[in-house]
Design a protein around this ligand. Sequence first.
Ligand code: ATP
Length: 892
Amino acid sequence: MMFHEMNKENVEKALKTNVQTGLSTDEVEKRRRQVGDNVLDEGEKESALVLFISQFKDFMTIVLLAATLISGFLGEYIDAIAIIAIVLINGFLGFFQERRAEKSLQALKELSAPQVVVRRDGQWMKIPSKEVTVGDVVKFESGDRIGADVRIIEANNLEIEESALTGESIPSPKSSDPLTQEHPSLGDLNNMAFMGTMVTRGNGIGIVTGIGMKTAMGEIADMIQNAETLTTPLQRRLEQLGKILIVVALLLTLLVVLVGVWHGHDIYTMFLAGVSLAVAAIPEGLPAIVTIALSLGVQRMIRKNAIVRKLPAVETLGCASVICSDKTGTMTQNKMTVTHLWSGGHTWQVSGTGYQPEGSFYKEDTEINPIKEKSVYQLLTFGLLCNHAELKLKDKEYVVDGDPTEGALLVSALKAGLTREVLLKQFAIEQEFPFDSTRKMMSMVIKDQHGKRFVITKGAPDVLLNISKSVLWNNREQLLTQEYQRNVQQAIESLASQALRTIAIAFKPLKDYDVIADENAAEKDLILIGIQGMIDPPRPEVRQAIKECKEAGIKTVMITGDHLITAKAIAKQLGILQHHKKVIDGQTLNQMSVDELEDVIDDISVFARVSPDHKLKIVKAFQNRGHIVAMTGDGINDAPAIKTSDIGISMGITGTDVAKEASSLILLDDNFATIKSAIKEGRNIYENIRKFVRYLLASNVGEILVMLFAMLLSLPLPVIPIQILWVNLVTDGLPAMALGLDQPEENVMKRKPRHPKEGVFARRLGWKVVSRGFLIGIVTLVAFMTIYYQNTDNLAYAQTVAFATLVLAQLIHVFDCRSEHSVLARNPFGNMYLVMAVLSSILLMLVVIYVPLFQPIFHTLPIQPKDWLLIICLSMIPTFLLAGTFYLRKKA
Ligand code: ATP
């Protein structure tokens, strides 16, 4: 028999498991050893060797190696070996850089890997989907992605979208009954749920029947392997730029060679010098350093609780000009406590803090017994019944497992001494219509001990008011006349204006013959009992984060399903509603087209009582106004808006799998302040990339120009090929990487967002590269000429001095690159990585100059102390000359 044909008991028997308790930890370990991880095989990975060899496939490197071999055959053994050694070391560096980049990307992927709720040793727990095994009891609900193949044992209005497997995009309804149909197709198996498919409605429990490659998805895994690695716009732009730079570097090098030969230099020497120069000047390491800077930045973001799912988001973050954020849980703490009850014109206060189930009930400062007041008793009882939350004691603190709103209702009932266990002895739950944020309510059909059935509905009070026919007033049912409606409306507004989140509770008795086919049948003609009002305090850090965003030219917009007045009260507390900014609600939004919204959207700061589909409209309207929009969301219905926004953000704790998959950034702590940190980091990463692009290119310009000028002046080579290669290796490697780790400049969150189309050389970067490079070239040439003309017989000594000047000028210039302004704008020791990198580069330079072993290899001679003065002064000129002009310009 197949699993879909068996009844529940037989499935349990066949898989040796129990739905009530799940598997035991020991059993899980045993099974996992047997069947392995629940993962799909990944495609072939590039082997380390291939990656290493690929470091040398660059055209100029091949030419250099060939030229070196020729020089080796001609007897220049030492030169040849040294050059090959340097090329190899360079290759290793590139290899490790790329490896590291790849590893950290892989680690990222694992961090955002899907999770599954399983029951083990009787407890429900969330585990990485990789650890699920055959026989595990799993639970899933709307918005979840199914983690393995599952035989459904319990289904509540369960619908699953299986287009990944069947191509059918309309979700299929699921049930738990055994199937009798012979040879059903995959699409007919409506008591099975398959790995990779998506729950779009309801919830369910099931037993895992297959994992990993032994699932329906596993069978077609080859087809769905998409090893898509996204590159960021900047990476692509740099790639294009790299191609242009290669051509420019080659042309300039050719010019150097031609001029050199024309002025009587030996062709072979000029050829090798040209090739070395080309290898040094072509910034082949740039893409790897960019990836590393991006992934290191991404790791820094993880430490600040933001996981980047799609690398391009790192860059887009720096361009964000609007953040549309959910209120509940993101701006507020999502720790709800009922403080007020309202029913039939009376208000009660509830004392106590947080989820601590201790507190009393008061009416006008007098303590009352809530069980004795009928409407209070009903409000609390029904709030507890129509509820899935559980209260747990964790590290001496009460926490809610489930929806915090329901947690608050659970706690208010507990304060009155009511428990669900006792209630469930009197009432049985027959049907359930789960909460969704479009309907803004949920309902249950309940049967009491006497067999009487009734509907309980809880949800947004204004919504419930619309579908109620009467209201309990002084324990009597009264028809909802306009006057009663006004009274209830006033009560809602009065609670909301105290920043309270409100939940109304209503019910209706059913006749024996009443059939409740769907939620529409349940949710009409209700009797409104009353309202529970709960506080959800703002997160303390959010106000400051919103202020910082404002200074950074980023507008914060609150989007919430809550009541307009509640939203407004909280927005005021958080500093969102300032300077005549407006608040509008879902109803008004419904009547507006995207174009109409676009005209006024810049003035709106709060959208209240919205449904998820409004979010899409909001994103589009902002985008049409030219904004780069970050949009948060957690539910399955938020996915389209998250996807459409420029930076889709999902919640790590409360987010559904679907929302997470649609997003490019996940907030591990669901906190708004984390978005601000991520934006700051995003801006910083971009600036750091600019810093090392500037450093590397200016250095390269300097290297080419010193050679070109020397050739034009008919001088000997100021630096020889092996020295150029060394400069390329040492100064380009560590210091450039260290720049990628630089801290942000103080004003990083004080400027406007960057324009997304901004080019690599924008904001005078091109000018900085050329001018600094030019100066580095000139001072190196001056150092060379000064020493050379003192004693033209000692060319090698002049070359050593030029070499030292070139290295030092670059190493001083690297500090200049830390600021958009000048070297003096920042503490030069602020980036210790950079200081260490520069010191070790200087040390390596001294080794090459002073250690006798290296002198014949690098053709160096020990530099005398008096000449160091010249070298140091000259190499400081580019940086300080420009700092001086910057200072003068600023003063003027
Ligand atoms: P956001 O997270 O977007 O700031 P929200 O969490 O307040 O907004 P929803 O969860 O869609 O938005 O809730 C909208 C309204 O639905 C709430 O104001 C509340 O009245 C009602 N509501 C929320 N949760 C439940 C629930 N579990 N059962 C019944 N009604 C609920």
